[in-house]
Design a protein around this ligand. Structure first.
Ligand code: SF4
Length: 207
C-alpha cells in the first residue's frame, strides 16, 4: 500500500452510510452538529465510566491507535478487551439503541483487520455497545464482512483520490443526517432532474 492514500477508519462508516456524506466530511471538511452527533460525542467522552460495556476480568485498553499497512487504513479503537491468550476484541461505542447497522459493522471489522495485523492473532469477534439501551451486541467477524469491508476501503479510497463529491442519495437516510443543510439533497436532485429533462428535450440524449 506504499504511496496509496491512507483511509481513515471513520470514513468507511460514513461511506457505507452515504458516499456523499463521506465526501462532504473527508473532502470538504464539512461537519454540522445536530442532536445525533452531539449525543455521539457525549458517548465517546464518557466511555470509561460506562458499566457493562466490558467483560469482567479482562485487560482493557481505551483509545488505542490502529493501522494496517496491508490495507492502508488508520484510526483509533474506542475500547479493546484482551482475552486471556492476548487476542484483542474491539468494541465500538454508538449512541442510540441496539440495532443492526451494517456501516457500524464495517467500521468494527476494519478495526479487527488492523488488530490482526498489529497483534498477529486472528480476531473472530468484536462488539458494538449501544449507549442509550446500555446493550452490548457481539458481532462475528465473518468472511462476508471482511470482504465487504475490503471493498468499502477500495471504494472509499477511490472517492478520496478522485476529489469528486458524489450525488445525493436523497432518501430516508437524509432525515437524520447532520449534513442535510449543507448537502441540500432534494434541491440538488431537482436540479439534476431538470438537467436530464433539458438534455432529452434539446439534445435528444436520454437514459
Ligand atoms: S443529506 Fe442525504 S445525501 Fe446528503 S450527505 Fe446526508 S445522507 Fe447523504
Amino acid at each position: 500500500m506504499e504511496g496509496e492514500e491512507l483511509v481513515p477508519i471513520s470514513a468507511l462508516q460514513h461511506y457505507a452510510f452515504c458516499p456523499r456524506q463521506c465526501g462532504l466530511i473527508h473532502l470538504e471538511q464539512s461537519f454540522e452538529e445536530n442532536a445525533l452527533t452531539l449525543r455521539g460525542r457525549g458517548v465517546h467522552q464518557s466511555i470509561e465510566r460506562v458499566d457493562g460495556c466490558v467483560r469482567e476480568g479482562l485487560r482493557v485498553e481505551y483509545g488505542l491507535p490502529l493501522f494496517s499497512r496491508a490495507l492502508g487504513v488508520v484510526g483509533k479503537a474506542d475500547v479493546i478487551e484482551f482475552l486471556p491468550d492476548g487476542t484483542p476484541v474491539p468494541i465500538e461505542f454508538k449512541h442510540g439503541r441496539r440495532a443492526e447497522r451494517l456501516p457500524d459493522q464495517i467500521q468494527l471489522t476494519a478495526q479487527a483487520l488492523c488488530l490482526e495485523e498489529m497483534v498477529g492473532k486472528e480476531v473472530r469477534e468484536g462488539a458494538i455497545f449501544y449507549f442509550s439501551s446500555r446493550r452490548r451486541k457481539q458481532v462475528e467477524i465473518t468472511e462476508e464482512l471482511r470482504e465487504l469491508t475490503k471493498e468499502t476501503i477500495r471504494q472509499t479510497r477511490a472517492l478520496l483520490m478522485s476529489m469528486r463529491l458524489p450525488p445525493p442519495v436523497n432518501d430516508s437516510r437524509c432525515k437524520n443526517c447532520s449534513l442535510i443543510d449543507i448537502c441540500q439533497p432534494s434541491i440538488i436532485a431537482q436540479g439534476e432532474r431538470r438537467q436530464r429533462l433539458q438534455d432529452v428535450l434539446f439534445h435528444g440524449e436520454g437514459p
